[in-house]
Design a protein around this ligand. Structure first.
Ligand code: BTN
Length: 329
C-alpha cells in the first residue's frame, strides 16, 4: 500500500476549485519550487486526474476531485452507540484484501480507498477503480453466527446500499438483482463482493466489499465490459464522496446490526419493493449448470425461487442471473 506525498494531496485540494492557478503561486503556498509543482502535476496526470496547463494562466483541474477524509465522514452522522474503525487509504490493491490481512477479527472495521490497483468483482471479474472517482469500501464484520446463518447477509448489504443511494438519486429506478447487483434502469450502479470465513466455536467473519460508481463519466471510461451507470451520469452532478461514504456506513451499521439480531425476515418487504427479477424470465448459471425459468422472489433464507417450465419451484443459494433476451434493454 503506497501513501501519496502530503504536498501532492495539498495540490489536489488547491486545484479542486476548478480555477487556474499560477505555478509560482502554488509553489509559494506549498513552499516548493515551480518545477516541483510541475512534477506533481505530472504525477496527478499519471493518477488519471485531468490537468490543463496554459502558459499565461497556469494549471487547472478539468474535473473536481474532493479527496476522502475520515473526520469529514465521521462528522456527517451522529455516531451510533456501536464502535467501529474507519481507515482511508490512498491506494491499495483491493480494500477487501487489505482488511483480510490486517484486521483483528473482533471489531467492525471500515476501509475506503481512493484507488484500487487490483479491485476484484464477483465471479473473478476485475473492478475498475480509478483514483478519486468512485467509492471503494470494505467492511470487516464479526458475527456470533455460523456460516449457515449468514445466507441473507449479501441481500441485506445490497438493501443498505440502495437505502444510502436514495439520498442522491430518484429512488423508483433503483433495483437490486439477486443476489446483490445494484441497478439503475437496468445498468449497474454498484456491486458487492462478500467473503465469509468460519472462525472457531460457531463464529464467523464477513469481509463486505462495495463498489459504487459515483463520478465516472461515459466519455472517459471505457474499461468496463457490462452496461453501467454512475450517479454523475444519472444526475449530471459532481458528488462529494464523503457524503456518500457517510450515508453508506450509517446504513450498513443499521441494517447489519438488525440482521445480526433478527436475520433476514425484517427486510423481506423492502426486498420486494426493489426486486429487479420478480416475475421475470431469466437464465440462471450455477457453476457449469445452466437453467432457465421465472423468478418467484426469495425465501426466508434469501435463496432465489425459480419456477421451471414444468411448474416446479426450486430454490438456489448461489449463482448468476441474466434476464432472458426479450427483457434486456
Ligand atoms: C461485483 O462484481 O459486482 C462486485 C464488485 C465489488 C467491488 C468492491 S470495490 C471495494 C471492494 N474491493 C474489491 O476489490 N472489491 C470490492
Amino acid at each position: 500500500m503506497k501513501k501519496l506525498p502530503a504536498n501532492l494531496k495539498k495540490l489536489i485540494k488547491l486545484l479542486s476549485d476548478g480555477n487556474y492557478h499560477q505555478g509560482s503561486d502554488l509553489g509559494k503556498t506549498l513552499k516548493i519550487t515551480r518545477s516541483a509543482i510541475w512534477k506533481f502535476t505530472q504525477q496527478l496526470k499519471q493518477l488519471g486526474i485531468k490537468i490543463n496547463s496554459e502558459k499565461a494562466r497556469g494549471y487547472c483541474m478539468e474535473e473536481p476531485v474532493i479527496l476522502l477524509n475520515a473526520n469529514t465522514i465521521k462528522k456527517k452522522f451522529d455516531a451510533p452507540d456501536q464502535q467501529f474503525m474507519l481507515e482511508i487509504l490512498d491506494t491499495t490493491t483491493s480494500t477487501n484484501d487489505h482488511l483480510k490481512k490486517i484486521t483483528p477479527k473482533n471489531q467492525v472495521h471500515f476501509c475506503l480507498a481512493e484507488q484500487q490497483t487490483a479491485g476484484r468483482g464477483r465471479l473473478g471479474r476485475n473492478w475498475h477503480s480509478p483514483f478519486g472517482v468512485n467509492i471503494y469500501l470494505s467492511c470487516s464484520w464479526p458475527f456470533q453466527k455460523d456460516l449457515s446463518q449468514l445466507s441473507g447477509l449479501s441481500l441485506v448489504v445490497g438493501l443498505a446500499v440502495i437505502e444510502a443511494l436514495k439520498h442522491f438519486t430518484p429512488n423508483e429506478s433503483l433495483k437490486i438483482k439477486w443476489p446483490n447487483d445494484i441497478l439503475w434502469n437496468h445498468q449497474k450502479l454498484a456491486g458487492i463482493l462478500l467473503e465469509i470465513t468460519a472462525e472457531s466455536n460457531g463464529f464467523s467473519n464477513a469481509i463486505i466489499g462495495i463498489g459504487i460508481n459515483i463520478n465516472s463519466s461515459k466519455q472517459t471510461q471505457d474499461l468496463i465490459d457490462q452496461p453501467w451507470v454512475s450517479l454523475h451520469e444519472i444526475t449530471k452532478n459532481y458528488f462529494d464522496r464523503n457524503e456518500l461514504a457517510a450515508q453508506l456506513i450509517k446504513q450498513l451499521l443499521l441494517f447489519i446490526s438488525e440482521f445480526s439480531k433478527n436475520g433476514l425476515e425484517p427486510f423481506l418487504d423492502l426486498w420486494k419493493q426493489h426486486d429487479a427479477l420478480i416475475n421475470q424470465s431469466i437464465q440462471f448459471k450455477q457453476g457449469k449448470e445452466e437453467n432457465s425459468g421465472t423468478v418467484m422472489g426469495i425465501d426466508k433464507q434469501g435463496y432465489l425461487l425459480i419456477k421451471k417450465s414444468d411448474g416446479h419451484i426450486e430454490s438456489y443459494s448461489a449463482g448468476d442471473t441474466t434476464l432472458a433476451k426479450s427483457h434486456t434493454p
